[in-house]
Design a protein around this ligand. Structure first.
Ligand code: NAI
Length: 346
C-alpha cells in the first residue's frame, strides 16, 4: 500500500465511510511539497475496493506531476467515491464526502472529475471550504472541462506543427475516443480549426450529435484506436494505450484528456519505437486544474485563465525539444521534469 513500484509514496490516504449515507471514499494525498494537494473527485462503480484504492493512488500521483508541470502552487491529490450499488441520496452522500474533505484541514482540495458535477461541488460548500469548480455569480468559476479541452487542443496544435510538420489543423484527421465533457468541447475546437473528425462513444446519442453538428465520421468503440488518422485523442478512461492497442495504432501523434492513458511505461517506449509521438496526459490535460486552481485562489478572469492554459502548447514544444536533446521518450522526460519540480515553489 505504501506507494506504487518505483514511485514516491503517498503522504496520507484517508478511507472515509459513513453508514447513514453509504459513503465509501478514498482521499489520497500524494504530495504537499508544492502546497495543498489539489485534484478532483471521481464518482464511479468499481469491481472491488482494492480497484478503487488503486485508482485513487494512481490518479493522485498523476496530479502531483500535473500540478508541478503546470507550475501551480499545489501538490497532488485525488479522491474516489465508490458509487453505492443501490438507491442513495446524492446530496447527503456528497455532504458526507465534504465532511471527510474538511477533516483533512486543507491538506486536500477537491473539485470535479468523472462522475461529479458542479452541483455536487456547490452542495459541498456547506461542509467544507476546500472545494472548487463552482459557478460563482459575477466571478470566474465552474465546470473546468472546456479549459481542459482547450489545453488538449493547443497541445494537438503544437504536436501537429512539430511532429507532423504541418502548418495548420486544416484537413488533419483526428480520432476522439469519448465525446463527454472534455471530448465534446475538443471536437468543437478541432472542427472550427478545420480538422476532420473520427469519433466514438458508448453513448450513441453523442455520436449522432457529432455527425450532425460537426460532420464527424463515426466508428465502433473497438475501431477508434486503430483508425486511419493523423492524431489520436483518448478522452474516455485510462489505460487506452496498452500492449494490445499500441501495435494497432495508426496515428502519428497522441494527445488526449484521459488520465493515465499508458497502461505501463513500457507502452510509452513501444509507441516511441513505432515513431508515434505520445504527449503525456498530465501535461496535456492540465487546463482544468489550472482553471479550478485560479478560481480557488480568486485569481479568476476568463482571459487570464485561457492565456495560462494556452501555455501548455509552449510546454509541449519545450518537451519535444528536451526529448530530442536527451534522446529519450516524452513520457520519461516529462516524468523527470515534473519530479524535479516536486519541491516548494520559490
Ligand atoms: P465524461 O464522463 O464527461 O466523458 C467520458 C466519455 O467517454 C463519456 O461520454 C462516455 O460515454 C465515454 N466513454 C466511456 N467509455 C468509453 C469507451 N470505452 N469508448 C468510447 N467512449 C467511452 O468525462 P470527462 O470529464 O470528459 O473526462 C474524460 C477524461 O479526461 C477522464 O479520463 C478524466 O479523468 C480526464 N480529465 C478530465 C478533466 C475535466 O476537466 N473534465 C480534467 C483532466 C482530465
Amino acid at each position: 500500500l505504501f506507494g506504487l513500484p518505483d514511485q514516491a509514496p503517498h503522504e496520507r490516504v484517508l478511507l472515509a465511510a459513513d453508514a447513514e449515507t453509504g459513503l465509501k471514499a478514498i482521499l489520497a494525498v500524494h504530495s504537499t511539497a508544492r502546497g495543498p494537494a489539489f485534484g478532483g473527485c471521481r464518482f464511479w462503480t468499481y469491481d472491488n475496493e482494492l480497484a478503487a484504492l488503486n485508482d485513487a493512488l494512481r490518479l493522485s500521483q498523476g496530479m502531483s506531476l500535473k500540478n508541478a508541470l503546470a507550475d501551480l502552487p499545489f501538490g497532488g491529490g485525488k479522491a474516489v467515491i465508490i458509487k453505492p450499488a443501490g438507491q442513495f441520496d446524492r446530496p447527503a452522500l456528497f455532504a458526507a464526502f465534504g465532511r471527510a474533505v474538511q477533516s483533512l484541514d486543507g491538506a486536500y482540495i477537491t473539485a470535479e472529475d468523472v462522475g461529479t458535477t458542479t452541483a455536487d461541488m456547490l452542495g459541498m460548500q456547506a461542509q467544507t471550504q476546500y472545494v472548487s469548480g463552482i459557478p460563482r455569480a459575477g466571478a470566474f468559476g465552474g465546470d473546468p472541462s472546456p479549459k481542459t479541452a482547450w489545453g488538449v487542443f493547443v497541445s494537438i496544435e503544437a504536436g501537429v506543427k512539430l511532429h507532423l510538420k504541418r502548418s495548420s489543423l486544416e484537413g488533419v484527421r483526428v480520432a476522439i475516443q469519448g465525446l463527454g465533457a472534455v471530448g465534446w468541447h475538443l471536437a468543437e475546437f478541432l472542427h472550427k480549426a478545420g480538422a476532420k473528425l473520427v469519433v466514438t462513444d458508448v453513448d450513441a446519442a453523442k455520436i449522432a450529435r457529432a455527425q450532425q453538428l460537426l460532420g464527424a465520421q463515426a466508428v465502433g468503440i473497438d475501431e477508434i484506436l486503430s483508425a486511419d488518422v493523423d492524431v489520436l485523442a483518448p478522452c474516455a478512461l485510462g489505460a487506452a494505450l496498452n500492449s494490445v492497442s499500441v501495435p494497432q495504432i495508426r496515428a502519428q501523434l497522441i494527445a488526449g484528456a484521459a488520465n493515465n492513458q499508458l497502461a505501463t511505461a513500457a507502452d510509452g517506449d513501444a509507441l516511441q519505437q513505432r515513431g508515434i509521438c505520445y504527449l503525456p496526459d498530465y501535461l496535456v490535460n492540465a487546463g482544468g486544474i489550472i482553471s479550478v486552481a485560479r478560481e480557488y485562489r480568486n485569481e479568476g478572469e476568463e482571459s487570464a485563465v485561457m492565456a495560462e492554459v494556452s501555455r501548455i502548447g509552449e510546454r509541449v514544444a519545450e518537451l519535444l525539444e528536451r526529448v530530442k536533446l536527451e534522446n529519450s521518450t516524452p513520457g520519461r522526460v516529462a516524468d523527470a521534469w515534473a519530479r524535479a519540480k516536486l519541491v516548494k515553489p520559490v
